[in-house]
Design a protein. Structure first.
Length: 252
């Protein structure tokens, strides 16, 4: 463990300046997207075999410094609730189970894409989506129909009936193939807002098969009193280092 020194600026009270700095640099997270939680669970990983207890996850985020520093356990619980309610839970989140039955080798009370209330002492489990999907498919697969012959013996039912051909043409309206969005960020909280946009918008678009996503950051600054030589030099050098395609100051 090492200590990191961070310089603060501004005229507010020390605690307020420290809080703003931590939030802006995402060293103190007050909003945690469900998709980002899933990424952390896969990255570390935080799964214990095919699931992880909610209480264990709360303990992990309160114990390990390499995980995002959440403001309170409520931030994590809100993220879990949001993930459980996602229709895209298989790609971006997880499923919920009341417990695991070792004797039956199955999860009891398995839920997905549902509004579920969870607390920090919840005894439930978060389940890997592919494992939950496998159980759901197995338990909801239709059973083969059976019939009886003239002697009363059970026999398979006749084979499936060939469906009636449908008229040609699209059965559903075409799906949207492009997305564009413009948003104004708070210059005092760019890090926080950009992180939320990445987690809650960009991640979903990048995850689509074959998608090509381009993100452009545009900065406009009006400076009535004019920029000092020091600021002009610093911003210009940093813009060049960060490989801005276009940048520069104007006198009018």
């Amino acid at each position: 463990m090492t200590w990191q020194t961070i310089r603060l600026s501004g005229q507010d009270a020390l605690a307020e300046r420290a809080s703003k700095k931590l939030k802006n640099d995402e060293l103190l997270v007050v909003n945690f997207a469900a998709s980002r939680l899933r990424m952390e669970m896969d990255r570390v990983p935080l799964w214990r075999t095919d699931h992880v207890a909610i209480r264990q996850l709360v303990d992990d985020f309160g114990r390990y410094l390499y995980l995002p520093r959440l403001q309170t356990s409520t931030v994590l619980l809100n993220s879990i609730r949001a993930g459980l309610a996602l229709l895209t839970w298989e790609q971006d989140a997880f499923a919920y189970a009341e417990n695991y039955d070792d004797s039956a080798n199955r999860y009891r009370g398995l839920h997905s894409a549902a509004q579920i209330s969870v607390t920090s002492d919840d005894t439930g489990l978060l389940v890997r989506p592919e494992v939950a999907r496998r159980q759901i498919d197995q338990e909801t697969a239709p059973s083969a129909p059976v019939g009886t012959d003239s002697a009363g013996a059970t026999s398979p039912a006749p084979g499936p009936v060939t469906p009636t051909p449908q008229p040609s043409g699209p059965l559903q309206p075409p799906k949207p193939k492009r997305y564009h969005g413009t948003v104004t960020l708070d210059p005092a909280r760019v890090g926080r807002d950009a992180g939320r946009i990445a987690d809650e918008v960009v991640t979903h678009l990048v995850g689509l098969v074959g998608s090509s996503v381009r993100v452009i950051l545009e900065i406009e600054a009006e400076i009535p009193a004019g920029a000092s030589d020091n600021v002009v030099r610093t911003v210009t050098e940093n813009s060049r280092t960060l490989k801005f395609t276009k940048h520069g100051f104007e006198k009018e």
